[in-house]
Design a protein around this ligand. Structure first.
Ligand code: SF4
Length: 138
């Protein structure tokens, strides 16, 4: 027998049964952990729509304090000239603090081009911020 349920809804409801959520607290998120982009809904306790535990963790974290990994570049000023070295934060940082962290990263000046995978300490003891080199320059 053919169902009238839209294809997306069928995909979402396949597998686990929907858990009851507190409708006053429930919020929707698109999971950004992998390219599947599951549509999640959570009240901060239960999560619906996740096809794996990583999505459940993501949704619960979004309710408390959204985190993101920043990918950007750091300016290298060497005797050969100026180059922009690709980096990312060593761990996810609070979404609300990204403007301030980007300001700190943009003020950095390296005197040499570091190798892929090198760690750059860009913070202070009070506010540690480590970056990882994610690309190579010629
Ligand atoms: S819930 Fe799991 S499968 Fe779905 S997007 Fe998130 S990480 Fe990917």
């Amino acid at each position: 027998m053919k169902s009238n349920m839209p294809a997306k809804e069928k995909k979402k409801s396949k597998g686990k049964a929907e858990k009851p959520l507190d409708r006053d607290k429930a919020r929707r998120f698109t999971c950004i952990v992998c390219p599947t982009c599951c549509e999640l809904e959570t009240d901060g306790t239960e999560v619906n729509g996740a096809r794996c535990p990583k999505g459940e963790t993501f949704a619960l974290q979004e309710m408390v304090m959204p985190l993101r990994v920043i990918t950007t570049t750091v300016r290298c000023e060497t005797s050969k000239g100026v180059a922009m070295l690709p980096v990312k934060t060593a761990c996810p940082v609070p979404l609300s603090g990204i403007s301030e962290i980007m300001r700190r990263i943009k003020s950095l000046r390296l005197s040499e081009i570091l190798a892929l995978g090198s760690r750059i300490e860009a913070g202070s003891p009070a506010e540690p911020l480590d970056l990882i080199v994610t690309g190579e320059l010629d």
